[in-house]
Design a protein around this ligand. Structure first.
Ligand code: GLY
Length: 582
C-alpha cells in the first residue's frame, strides 16, 4: 500500500513536472499541506551539554552550528552559519529569499533584537490585491516582499560574531555544492511542497523523482554560486548585484512589482527587544511587528490566575488560557502593525493593570462570545532555531518564507525560493489571511512597510540568569505555542522536552474554533468546554517545531528537538573537537 502510494507520487510528480515547467504559478491554486503521521515522542527527548548546544529543524544544519561552536565560534557565529545552512537543507523554510527575527542575549550585557522582516515593494499599495485573482498574495511574484535575511545575518555577524563571513558560510556552500543526503524527515517536507516544487527553475532542483527519496543526494549548484557570492561580497552581493537583478528581472517578467530600488533601499531594524515579566521570570521577546506583544499580554492575563493549583489541562485552566489567547489576538488584530508606520499603544497593552482589566471581562464559566467566521487553513511555515554557547551567549532565530516554499517562485540562476510574506498584510479589510487572521488597518500595505508577524523568538531569564531559549514556526499558532511551552515549564513544572512535545491547543478568537492536537485534551474535558461554548477541531496537522534550550539549575543545557519535526536535531558542541581552533 505504502509502495503504491509512493509510486503514485512519482508518477504524479513526473507528469506534473512536464506541464508545470511551461506554466506559471497559478495564483488561485489552493495548497493542502499535510505532514505524515508521526511516531510518538521519545521517553526523554533531551540532549544535554555542559558547553554549547544548538537545536534546529534540520540535522545537518544543527551539525553545522555545533561544529562552528567547536571551532571557537560564539552563538552568533553558529546562528549565522545555521541560517545559511538551513537555506540549503530546509528549503521549505530556511531561506535567503525571506526574512525574520534574531534575538541575541549576550552572556554579559543587554539583549538586542534584529528585525530583518521583509518589506513591501515600493510600488505596493493598500489596494494591491483588491482586483487580483484570489491567491495573488500567496502565489507568484506579486506575493513577494523584499527579502531581509542576508542583511539580517550580516548585521548579526558584523556586530556580534567573531569568525569571518567566509568561514560561517562555507558549510552551507559545501552542503549546496556537494549535496546532502535526504533523510525521511527531509523528504516528508519536500513532499509537502508539492505544487510549489514543480514550478519553473524550482522543478529542475527539487521536482525530480530523484530528489524526493530518502537516501538521495540533493545538490543545489545555483544556490552554491549564490552563497559563494555572498561569502565574498557580503550583503552588497545580494542587494546590489546580479542576484537582485535576476530577481527583479524575473519579477517584472512574471507580473511582480519588485524593483532594484527595493533591494538597494532595504534596511533592517535593530532595537531593544520587548521585555515583560511572568511570575518573577523575565521574558525577552519580539517587539512589533513580531508576536511578542500578544505573548506578553497573554502571560499578563494568566499571571492573575492560579494555574498550578487549578491543574494542567483542566477545563477551568483551559478556559483562562483560551480567554487570554482571545484577547491577545483581538488586540493584535486591532492595534498592531509595523512600528515604523503606525503608532502602537504598547505601554497600555503591556501593562499589568490592562491585563487585570481584561480579566474582569472574562466570564467565570462561559467562553467569550464572538462572531463566527470561516474555518482557518493555517498552512504556513517558518523555522526556528536556538543556540547557546559555552560562555552563555544565547541566540533565538525565527525566519520564514511564510508558506512552505514561499510564493513558489525562484528567479533563474539564483537557486533559492522567494517568500510570500505579502499575505501577512491586511490585503483586504475584513478578509482573513491564510492563518484565518482578520487583521486591521494598522497592517494595511504601504510601500516599504513590514507586514505583521507572529514570529516571536524568545529568551527567558530568571534572577538575571539565562533560563530558556525558545521559539517556533506555525503562523498564528506561534504565539500560543510559546505561551504553552513557557507555562508548561513555569506553572506546570514539565521537563523541557515534555513541555515542548506536549500536545497543544490554539485559539485566536476568530475563527471561533479551538484547534487541538490529538490527545491535547480528554473527551471529558472537551465535553465540559463544549458546554461552555467552545468548539474544537483537530484539522491542523502541521504544528510548529518549538526548538528549545533550557539551562537547568546545575548549569547544564538541555536541548530538545520538537518531535513534530523528525528532520531536526539538538546537537551538543562536540566534545572531541574541543581543542580545535579557528
Ligand atoms: N509568516 C508568518 C508570520 O510571520 O507570522
Amino acid at each position: 500500500m505504502r509502495l503504491l502510494s509512493f509510486l503514485g507520487l512519482l508518477v504524479g510528480g513526473t507528469f506534473s513536472l512536464a506541464i508545470a515547467v511551461k506554466s506559471q504559478v497559478n495564483p488561485s491554486s489552493i495548497d493542502v499541506f499535510q505532514m505524515p503521521e508521526l511516531p510518538p515522542p521519545p521517553e526523554d527527548g533531551r540532549i544535554l551539554s555542559e558547553k554549547g548546544l544548538v537545536v534546529s529543524t534540520q540535522r545537518q544544519a544543527s551539525e553545522v552550528g555545533a561544529k562552528i561552536l567547536a571551532q571557537g565560534g560564539n552563538a552568533v557565529d553558529a546562528a549565522v552559519a545555521i541560517g545559511y545552512a538551513l537555506a540549503v537543507t530546509e528549503p521549505c523554510c530556511g531561506n535567503l529569499g525571506g526574512g525574520g527575527f534574531m534575538l541575541i542575549q549576550p552572556a554579559q550585557g543587554k539583549p538586542t533584537f534584529i528585525n530583518f522582516r521583509e518589506k513591501a515593494p515600493l510600488a505596493a499599495h493598500k489596494e494591491l490585491y483588491l482586483k487580483q485573482p484570489r491567491g495573488a498574495s500567496r502565489n507568484g511574484y506579486l506575493a513577494v516582499a523584499t527579502p531581509g535575511t542576508v542583511k539580517g545575518l550580516e548585521a548579526a555577524l558584523t556586530q556580534y560574531g567573531t569568525l569571518e563571513r567566509a568561514q560561517v558560510i562555507a558549510p552551507a556552500i559545501t552542503l549546496a555544492e556537494k549535496g546532502f543526503v535526504l533523510s525521511q524527515g527531509d523528504v516528508a517536507i519536500l513532499r509537502v511542497g508539492r505544487e510549489r516544487l514543480l514550478q519553473p527553475n524550482i522543478a529542475e532542483i527539487f521536482g525530480t523523482v530523484k530528489g524526493q527519496r530518502a537516501g538521495d543526494t540533493l545538490v543545489q549548484k545555483d544556490l552554491a554560486q549564490t552563497l559563494k557570492k555572498i561569502a565574498q561580497g557580503g550583503e552588497k552581493a545580494f542587494y546590489q548585484g546580479e542576484i537582485a537583478e535576476n530577481i527583479v528581472k524575473a519579477s517584472k517578467a512574471e507580473g511582480g512589482i519588485l524593483s532594484l530600488a527595493d533591494f538597494t533601499q532595504y534596511t533592517i531594524r535593530q532595537e531593544k527587544p520587548l521585555i515583560c515579566t511572568y511570575r518573577g521570570y523575565e521574558v525577552i521577546t519580539a517587539p512589533p511587528p513580531g508576536g511578542g506583544l500578544p505573548l506578553c499580554q497573554m502571560l499578563n492575563i494568566l499571571e492573575g490566575y492560579p494555574l498550578e493549583e487549578t491543574g494542567f489541562r483542566t477545563p477551568q485552566a483551559l478556559h483562562w488560557f483560551l480567554s487570554a489567547m482571545f484577547y491577545g489576538y483581538r488586540d493584535r488584530n486591532l492595534y498592531l502593525g509595523d512600528p515604523d508606520f503606525v503608532s502602537i499603544p504598547s505601554e497600555k497593552l503591556l501593562s499589568k493593570s490592562y491585563a487585570a482589566q481584561l480579566r474582569t471581562k472574562i466570564p467565570n464559566y462561559f467562553a467569550i462570545r464572538v462572531k463566527n467566521t470561516l474555518p482557518t487553513k493555517l498552512d504556513g511555515q517558518t523555522t526556528h532555531y536556538s543556540v547557546v554557547d559555552r560562555q552563555g551567549n544565547a541566540v533565538a532565530v525565527t525566519y520564514t518564507l511564510n508558506s512552505y516554499f514561499g510564493a513558489g517562485v525562484m528567479a533563474p540562476k539564483t537557486g533559492f525560493l522567494l517568500n510570500n510574506e505579502m499575505d501577512d498584510f491586511t490585503t483586504k479589510l475584513g478578509s482573513p489571511n491564510q492563518y484565518g487572521l482578520s487583521q486591521g488597518s494598522a497592517n494595511l500595505i504601504e510601500p516599504g512597510k513590514r507586514p505583521l508577524s507572529s514570529m516571536s523568538p524568545t529568551i527567558v531569564k530568571h534572577r538575571g540568569r539565562l533560563f530558556l531559549v525558545t521559539g517556533t514556526p506555525g503562523g498564528s499558532t506561534i504565539i500560543t505555542t510559546i505561551l504553552q511551552v513557557i507555562t508548561n515549564i513555569i506553572d506546570y513544572r514539565l521537563r523541557v522536552d515534555q513541555a515542548v512535545n506536549s500536545p497543544r491547543l490554539h485559539y485566536q478568537g476568530e475563527p471561533r474554533t479551538v484547534l487541538i492536537e490529538k490527545k491535547a485534551i480528554s473527551n471529558q474535558v472537551r465535553r465540559d468546554l463544549e458546554k461552555r461554548g467552545y468548539q474544537f477541531s483537530e484539522r491542523l496537522t502541521n504544528w510548529g517545531a518549538a526548538e528549545t534550550i533550557l539551562l537547568n539549575s546545575k548549569g547544564v543545557l538541555e536541548g530538545v528537538n520538537d518531535y513534530r519535526r523528525p528532520a531536526g536535531a539538538a546537537i551538543a558542541e562536540p566534545q572531541l573537537q574541543k581543542s580545535l581552533t579557528r
